[in-house]
Design a protein around this ligand. Structure first.
Ligand code: HEM
Length: 323
């Protein structure tokens, strides 16, 4: 009898833990019967791409974030523009997004193996997780399945809903809160900037703060001088700088170490230090294990934003085109 009560209690706790993560809509076993090979297919393709070109880790991670913040995690970012519609991917903040071809390759393979079963939105979430996880040789967080693909993709919404690189703390916190993400999620997810690069134009204002050649006082002076050498006043539009100095291919907690030395590259990174509570969290995240545990949790919360289920969405045949 006692054992039975324990089993029921444990099952209830597991159920609550799962449903509290996603409002009960997504499931860890969603494709177990319909496409059991899904996990293996996505991991194999993603890992081979990242092995051949490590910059794909940052690209695929950012792709998932830019998808989720606009219309929810529904692969609306993957839809190509048409004559009558300028889609999200052609909005200014999305022009530097990459990795679409990896998603296409995964989708093509899945359509061979389990046609019409796996949504592009779920592929994006899995590929982001696997891209980051490659470095560790194991999955760093769980990805639940069951997202449907959206049918709406508007450049105007992307321009409106994605925070800018110069955003201050209040606007970042408000934008995240509007999507159910709290200040700890904001600090944790900003840690994605431990990998990848930014174009000079995105932080140029910090190097000419009041228009008189002076630097943003919240930026470390020596680091600002280094940035000026990388990004002269009229930089090549393709020039980029590592978001996490000397460590942009390694997913680690060095971002927070740099941040606390005023070497956060973007204004939005530096903004995290302007709030007492956020600065305290950033300090804690200098410990990789503390950071990674929370990053995974926050990624799961981000992957839950605006989920479409049932007739709300579809399983696209081709991720670039509405069925
Ligand atoms: C907090 C608000 C955020 C702002 C304002 C922001 C802004 C930016 C900007 C301006 C860039 C440089 C883009 C370029 O010049 O090409 C960038 C890069 C990047 N962002 Fe964010 N970001 C934010 C949050 C996030 C989140 C939540 C993630 C993922 C979970 C993320 C992942 C990345 C990655 C991986 C890159 C590097 C991309 C690459 O190297 O291709 N960012 N971000």
């Amino acid at each position: 009898m006692r054992a039975n009560v324990n089993v029921v209690l444990v099952s209830l706790l597991v159920f609550l833990a799962i449903s509290s993560c996603n409002g009960g809509q997504l499931s860890p076993v969603f494709y177990r019967k319909s496409c059991p090979q899904l996990g293996r297919i996505v991991r194999n393709i993603t890992w081979s791409k990242v092995a051949a070109n490590p910059t794909f880790a940052a690209k695929l991670l950012r792709l998932h974030y830019h998808d989720c913040f606009v219309q929810g995690c529904d692969a609306s970012l993957l839809i190509d523009s048409t004559d009558g519609n300028t889609a999200e991917k052609d909005a200014r903040p999305n022009r530097s997004i990459g990795g679409y071809e990896v998603i296409d390759e995964i989708k093509a393979k899945l359509e061979e193996e389990c046609p019409d079963i796996v949504s592009c939105a779920d592929i994006v979430a899995l590929a982001a997780r696997d891209a980051v996880s490659y470095q560790f040789g194991r999955s760093m967080w769980q990805v639940f399945g069951g997202r449907k693909d959206g049918r709406v993709s508007l450049a105007t919404e992307a321009a409106r809903d994605l925070p800018s690189g110069g955003a201050n703390y209040t606007s970042l916190q408000d934008q995240f809160a509007g999507l159910g993400l709290n200040y700890i999620d904001l600090v944790a997810l900003s840690g994605a900037h431990t990998i990848g690069v930014a174009h000079c134009v995105v932080f140029a204002r910090r190097l000419n703060f009041t228009g008189k050649g002076d630097i943003d006082p919240s930026l470390d002076t020596a680091y600002a001088e280094f940035l000026k050498t990388q990004c002269p006043s009229r930089p090549n539009p393709d020039t980029t700088v590592e978001l996490d100095e000397n460590s942009s291919l390694s997913f680690d907690s060095n971002y927070y170490v740099g941040l606390r030395q005023n070497k956060g590259l973007l204004g939005s990174d530096a903004a995290l230090l302007t709030d007492r509570r956020a600065a305290w969290v950033a300090r804690r995240f200098q410990n990789f294990h503390v950071f990674m545990a929370r990053f995974g949790k926050s990624m799961m919360k981000m992957g839950d934003i605006g989920i479409k289920t049932g007739d709300d969405g579809e399983i696209r045949k081709n991720c670039r085109v509405i069925n």
